[in-house]
Design a protein around this ligand. Structure first.
Ligand SMILES: [Zn+2]
Length: 104
Protein backbone atom coordinates (compact mmCIF):
# COMPACT_ATOMS: atom_id res chain seq x y z
CA UNK A 1 0.00 0.00 0.00
CA UNK A 2 1.09 3.56 -0.58
CA UNK A 3 -0.49 6.91 0.15
CA UNK A 4 -1.13 9.97 -1.96
CA UNK A 5 1.55 12.63 -1.46
CA UNK A 6 -1.06 15.34 -1.83
CA UNK A 7 -4.12 14.27 0.17
CA UNK A 8 -3.04 11.14 2.04
CA UNK A 9 -5.57 8.86 0.35
CA UNK A 10 -4.67 5.17 0.57
CA UNK A 11 -3.81 3.84 -2.90
CA UNK A 12 -2.87 0.58 -4.59
CA UNK A 13 0.89 0.18 -5.11
CA UNK A 14 0.88 0.66 -8.88
CA UNK A 15 -1.46 3.67 -8.84
CA UNK A 16 -0.30 6.50 -11.08
CA UNK A 17 -3.13 8.94 -10.31
CA UNK A 18 -4.79 9.42 -6.93
CA UNK A 19 -8.35 8.16 -6.84
CA UNK A 20 -9.36 10.87 -4.36
CA UNK A 21 -7.78 14.12 -5.58
CA UNK A 22 -6.85 13.06 -9.10
CA UNK A 23 -3.25 14.24 -8.91
CA UNK A 24 -0.28 12.28 -10.18
CA UNK A 25 1.29 10.03 -7.55
CA UNK A 26 3.59 7.84 -9.65
CA UNK A 27 5.62 7.84 -12.83
CA UNK A 28 3.84 6.77 -15.97
CA UNK A 29 5.36 3.60 -17.28
CA UNK A 30 6.62 2.68 -13.82
CA UNK A 31 5.23 -0.82 -14.10
CA UNK A 32 7.06 -1.46 -17.39
CA UNK A 33 9.74 -4.03 -16.65
CA UNK A 34 13.02 -2.12 -16.50
CA UNK A 35 15.28 -4.91 -15.31
CA UNK A 36 16.76 -7.07 -18.01
CA UNK A 37 17.10 -10.79 -17.94
CA UNK A 38 20.56 -12.20 -17.32
CA UNK A 39 19.62 -15.09 -19.60
CA UNK A 40 20.22 -12.83 -22.60
CA UNK A 41 23.82 -12.32 -21.50
CA UNK A 42 24.34 -16.08 -21.53
CA UNK A 43 22.73 -16.35 -24.96
CA UNK A 44 24.93 -13.50 -26.20
CA UNK A 45 27.98 -15.19 -24.73
CA UNK A 46 27.45 -18.40 -26.66
CA UNK A 47 26.06 -16.74 -29.77
CA UNK A 48 27.78 -13.35 -30.05
CA UNK A 49 26.21 -12.59 -33.41
CA UNK A 50 22.68 -13.17 -32.09
CA UNK A 51 23.51 -11.11 -28.99
CA UNK A 52 24.68 -8.26 -31.19
CA UNK A 53 21.51 -8.39 -33.30
CA UNK A 54 19.29 -8.44 -30.19
CA UNK A 55 21.26 -5.51 -28.80
CA UNK A 56 20.64 -3.45 -31.94
CA UNK A 57 16.95 -4.41 -32.10
CA UNK A 58 16.25 -3.77 -28.39
CA UNK A 59 18.43 -0.70 -27.84
CA UNK A 60 15.38 1.60 -27.77
CA UNK A 61 12.54 -0.61 -26.59
CA UNK A 62 14.21 -2.94 -24.09
CA UNK A 63 17.40 -1.16 -22.96
CA UNK A 64 18.15 -3.51 -20.06
CA UNK A 65 17.76 -6.67 -22.13
CA UNK A 66 19.78 -4.99 -24.87
CA UNK A 67 22.54 -4.21 -22.38
CA UNK A 68 22.68 -7.80 -21.16
CA UNK A 69 22.71 -9.33 -24.63
CA UNK A 70 25.24 -6.74 -25.82
CA UNK A 71 27.62 -7.39 -22.94
CA UNK A 72 27.17 -11.13 -23.32
CA UNK A 73 27.99 -10.87 -26.99
CA UNK A 74 31.06 -8.74 -26.31
CA UNK A 75 32.39 -11.07 -23.61
CA UNK A 76 31.59 -14.11 -25.75
CA UNK A 77 33.41 -12.56 -28.69
CA UNK A 78 36.50 -11.78 -26.60
CA UNK A 79 36.40 -15.27 -25.05
CA UNK A 80 36.29 -16.74 -28.54
CA UNK A 81 39.40 -14.83 -29.58
CA UNK A 82 41.21 -15.73 -26.34
CA UNK A 83 40.34 -19.40 -26.85
CA UNK A 84 41.56 -19.20 -30.42
CA UNK A 85 44.89 -17.71 -29.35
CA UNK A 86 45.28 -20.23 -26.50
CA UNK A 87 44.39 -23.07 -28.82
CA UNK A 88 47.00 -21.85 -31.29
CA UNK A 89 49.58 -21.72 -28.54
CA UNK A 90 48.80 -25.28 -27.41
CA UNK A 91 48.63 -26.89 -30.81
CA UNK A 92 51.25 -24.83 -32.62
CA UNK A 93 48.74 -24.05 -35.34
CA UNK A 94 48.33 -20.59 -36.66
CA UNK A 95 44.58 -20.07 -36.84
CA UNK A 96 44.79 -16.45 -35.70
CA UNK A 97 47.09 -15.64 -38.59
CA UNK A 98 44.67 -17.50 -40.86
CA UNK A 99 41.72 -15.34 -39.73
CA UNK A 100 43.73 -12.16 -39.92
CA UNK A 101 44.59 -13.04 -43.51
CA UNK A 102 40.87 -13.51 -44.22
CA UNK A 103 40.07 -10.01 -42.91
CA UNK A 104 42.83 -8.35 -44.90
ZN1 LIG B 1 -4.70 12.45 -3.49
Amino acid sequence: MKYCNHCGQELVDDAVVCTNCGRQVGEFGDNVKTTGSFGWAILGFFFPLIGLILYLVWKKTRPMDAKYSGYGALIGFIANIVCLILFDGLTGNNNVQFYLNLIR
